[in-house]
Design a protein around this ligand. Sequence first.
Ligand code: HEM
Length: 526
Amino acid sequence: MKALYYVVRGRCHIKIEPMSVAIYAMMMGMFDATSLMGISTTTALIFVSVFLLVFWILRRHLSTRNLPPGPWAWPLLGNLPNLIAAGGGEAHEIFLRLSKKYGPVLRLDMVGGKRIIVLHGYEAISKAFSNPLLNDRPVSPISQSPGIGVITASGQGWKTQRNLVLRFMRDFSIGKSGFEGSIAQEVNTLIQEFKKTKGKPVKQEYLFCNALANIICSVVYGTRYDYNDPKFKELLHHTIRIFELLGSGGVLFFMPFVNVIARFIPSLREIIQHSKQYNIFVDEALLWHQADFDPHSAPTDFLYLCLNSKYWTQNKNLGMGHMMTTSGDLFFAGTETTASTLRWSLLYMMANPEIQARVQAEIDSVVGRDRLPQMSDKPNLPYTEATILEVQRISMILSLGVPHKAAEDTTLMGYTIPKGAILLPNFWALGRDPEVWHEPHLFKPERFLDKDGCVTRKDEFVPFSAGRRMCLGEPLAKMELFLFFTGLLHQFTFQRPDGAPPISFKSTAGFTFAPVPYEFCAIVRT
Ligand code: HEM
């Protein structure tokens, strides 16, 4: 056996574990024995299969010492049978049920053995995301992007890209007072679109996306689009479909053997098609920027900034492919997230007309009827701000966050998190944790007000995540949410149309926890 070990190693120049060689040798020996002892090949194969299974289980057991607890994983199938047996519901609901049995740091094995760690509760999430070794990202093998953008980058490449984006946001005042006018322009356009509906029932899930996408497009690609522009409509369709198809946490993208099975799974095929179409849009934008690029002028949008070599040629972690992907990341991250939150906000206003009326009364008393609300009004609109925060808490649109990956073996709350494990924070469960929020299933803006009526937030309120990788667009998103929500409630009262189905809080169960499209009437306020 020893001789065989050296022969194999010597010839092939590959490292073969002595244990694997032992199995090989045993198999060889056994097959010799079958011929000698007259055992049938079928019996021998059954014996080998059982032996390999026992070996697999033992190896798996030894490598799982001190891992976070989770249900026993089946060979090859991992915890798929447990997830199916855990009862219906969306992924975040199933994970929450399992965490009640196994604890806040829950281990699950995917088909093929990839490890997923689902984090429950503020302690687990904040401790994990403040650990630099748990801040990498998985990259899907079927990603169609020309490079690795800021959302999926890891290590030094991520730091460089994040700094570049932060610098871009600072230079363009994005999310600061100097940017308010750009958002106000889109708020006005959206108000005019709503007025066109003349109070009749509409089911316009794209309207918010139009407005939010225009804000990002104007700073990233230097252009805004008419809502009826067919190219723009197509772009939004690709974006929304990708979000819907990816599933919460983007889990579909990280399925084992995804590159092999992608062509057989319609939703994966569709994601690839939409991503390719999106890339065509970015390529075209790049071409027209290259055509009139002037290296001596200050960049007026993100693409010009990318073309300006002084920002990136000195740095090996940046390159056009990566930066183009980052431009797309900003578009994706900055459109559907805020748009879905605003769509939830209208739904909750329709479901709670007394809260809607109280928000409108507060806005009217502070702003009056002659102008739209501005950011400077925010400190005087605590109930309105509390209502927006409550929408974010209860809808928690990134229910399983954006997946993180362990860069190295590390520890979390006493457990070993192995290198390569994917970490999913269950933000949905945190937003509805009865230990943190009284009657979490109820929509109650007052929970964000202290006894003096001032806005107050708990540490556990983390819709933008926590730690070093938290949302880059938080200041922009907060400004957008405030200006759109207050502008619309200043101008309209939102109602469920007569005869429409009862209000449902069901989500599309996509990457964002977006509401299922619903009908509403926007009644102009006088
Ligand atoms: C209501 C709106 C939004 C919510 C709730 C939200 C939430 C989040 C969350 C939970 C993450 C994951 C953080 C982590 O991995 O730990 C994230 C990442 C990110 N968000 Fe947002 N986001 C919103 C809007 C925006 C906007 C408007 C932009 C602007 C362009 C943006 C840009 C990004 C980027 C670039 C990342 C990746 C950061 C990184 O990997 O370093 N987000 N966001």
